[in-house]
Design a protein around this ligand. Structure first.
Ligand code: GLU
Length: 555
């Protein structure tokens, strides 16, 4: 009597298929030379972490650059940590970043012939493989209780030994299958463990696509592969999934590197060809001079939601993350001024191994460049889309007069070196809200016109009246508009000849810059703005007259 078979049949009576059947059901992919099949395998435990966006970007790019496949698999076997709705949120956020899988779990549905792509729906597959392992003696039921494991751990710690279930401590690994069957029939609780043939005194050679050749301690732990709740563990499930989904490159966080020997041993025991592995560095943060991992709890930048809410153009964050992935990407940008990630070929070999520090300043630098490069229509449309969700004030502002909004965004945009005022869409409204009449009136109630205190109120009033009376020359070109400002200024005692002014500034009440500053403050309540002529043209004569009146009243 083959008790191993009997045992396997008793545990999995419904399972008729074999590993060989699965090999047929999920055929090798037909790929062109060098094409990578990669995946993003999130667990639905909350929002999309910036580190996960980084990982998914690498997987996505590796597939895209090689003409391969990037798919999404949902790893939801840890039911205790699952957060409702987070799977859909993750998919949506990936979409927001334009990281769109070719295949896999899509939210409510899925796409592809290597599914199901949700681990909780793959129970049957795991059971087929485990049944095969039981039959071959590669796995066994283990009856160690939580209490037994606790005692074992304490004893091992006391003896300064490696903890866990291995070697002589794997009490049930050589139990006669007939006896094991009897215990199961009697209702004893059990899990199924992998029967390791390794020894922790040995080293194994392995290769990481980023770190190169490595020597790691051989695995000898009889890890749990099938929990008492009937679900597989990550170690086992990912081996089965990556094999039958025909993944050839696993890109994942470096926290998994220490488990690589377990995974490689499982692949070998099952007779599966292991994929290549790339363990990605974690993103760090400088905290009081110390480096630490980006923390969900402490850092707003840990969640991609923060960037979406703030209105960072998703591409900006991706470009920034790519500078972390490959240091030569920055050289590429400097020479090409091209922010299209599709035009850059990423290389895992060029990835730095030190956890990269998240640098908000650098992100803003690229974010400003990217927004400054957009045409007015594009930035207006994207800002509008963002405002629809996140900023009712900006939405209202835009919808009052869309054409005007575009003109405002277009100020100094078409120049060789466009202005870089905005890193994110949330920067726009505070800068432009003064254009709105009602908002301007409200702002006047809340704040003062902060004129240069060295110029007397009478001089300012006099200048404003003069300027108002002669008109603003908005129908002329910028030079003539400026000449008109200068004439008004000169008439009121400002020096409009720079050379003369420099010789002895004390002789004058101010110069052309001072006069322009007065106008700027009157029309915008700000000392720094984009091009004044453009602002005034957009505001128009009536509105400027109103603002000058208002300022004169306040003086
Ligand atoms: N579900 C695992 C995690 O979220 C995936 C690791 C992997 O990519 O293999 O860490």
């Amino acid at each position: 009597m083959d008790y191993r078979k009997e045992l396997a049949n008793y545990i999995f009576p419904e399972i008729k298929e074999t590993i060989e059947d699965l090999e047929k059901r999920y055929p090798e992919r037909e790929l062109k030379e060098g094409a990578k099949v990669t995946r993003f395998a999130p667990s639905p435990t909350g929002f999309l972490h910036t580190g996960s966006l980084f990982t998914s970007l690498v997987a996505y790019k590796m597939a895209k650059d090689t003409g391969g496949i990037f798919y999404l698999r949902l790893e939801d076997t840890d039911t205790k940590r699952e957060v409702e709705g987070s799977a859909e949120l993750l998919i949506k956020q990936l979409h927001d970043f334009n990281i769109i899988p070719n295949e896999g779990y899509l939210g409510k549905t899925e796409n592809g012939i290597y599914g199901p792509y949700v681990q909780s729906k793959r129970k049957n597959l795991y059971e087929i493989v485990i049944k095969g392992m039981l039959e071959k003696g590669l796995a066994y039921p283990c009856f160690l209780s939580e209490e037994d494991l606790k005692t074992l751990r304490e004893e091992q710690t006391k003896n300064k030994e490696i903890t866990g279930v291995y070697g002589k401590y794997a009490k049930y690994r050589d139990l006669d299958p007939e006896l094991a069957l009897k215990m199961i029939k009697e209702g004893k609780d059990y899990v199924i463990r992998f029967k390791s043939s390794g020894n922790h005194l040995n080293k194994i050679k392995c290769h990481d696509e980023i770190r190169g050749d490595l020597e790691l301690t051989e695995n000898d732990q009889d890890i749990v592969i099938y929990k008492s709740d009937g679900l597989p563990t990550y170690h086992f499930a990912h081996v089965v999934d990556d094999h039958f989904m025909r993944t050839n490159l696993v890109t994942r966080g470096e926290e998994w590197l220490s488990s690589l020997p377990i995974h490689l041993e499982l692949f070998k025991a099952l007779g599966f060809k292991a994929p290549k592995y790339a363990h990605l560095p974690v993103i760090m943060k400088l905290d009081n001079g110390n480096r630490r991992k980006l923390s969900k709890r402490k850092d707003k930048e840990a969640s991609v939601d923060y960037f979406l809410k703030e209105g960072y153009e998703p591409q900006s964050l991706l470009v920034y993350l790519m500078t972390i992935v490959n240091s030569n990407y920055e050289d590429f940008i400097v020479t090409s001024k091209d922010y299209d990630l599709d035009h850059f070929k990423m290389s895992l070999k060029k990835m730095s191994l030190d956890g990269a520090l998240f640098d908000n300043g650098k992100l803003d630098f690229y974010a400003k460049e990217i927004l400054a490069k957009m045409k007015k229509e594009e930035i207006a449309k994207k800002a509008h889309n963002w405002a629809n969700i996140y900023c009712p004030e900006l939405k209202e502002f835009i919808e009052k007069d869309e054409a005007r909004f575009k003109e405002i965004l277009n100020i100094e945009r078409e120049k060789k070196n466009p202005r870089k005022d905005y890193a994110k869409y949330s920067d726009i409204y505070p800068v432009i809200k003064f254009f709105d009449h009602d908002t301007f009136v409200k702002m006047c109630d809340e704040t003062k016109f902060e004129f240069n205190e060295n110029i007397s109120k009478d001089v300012i009033k006099n200048f404003l009246n003069e300027y108002k009376n002669r008109g603003f020359a908005l129908d002329l070109d910028e030079n003539n508009w400026f000449n008109n400002v200068k004439e008004a200024a000169s008439k009121c005692g400002f020096c409009v000849d720079n050379k003369l002014y420099k010789e002895d500034p004390s002789k004058w009440i101010g110069n052309t810059n001072d006069a322009c500053e007065i106008i700027r403050i009157v029309v915008s309540l700000r000392k720094v703005t984009p091009n004044l002529f453009s602002i005034m043209k957009i505001l128009g004569t009536d509105e400027i007259n109103f603002r000058i009146e208002k300022a004169i009243q306040c003086l």
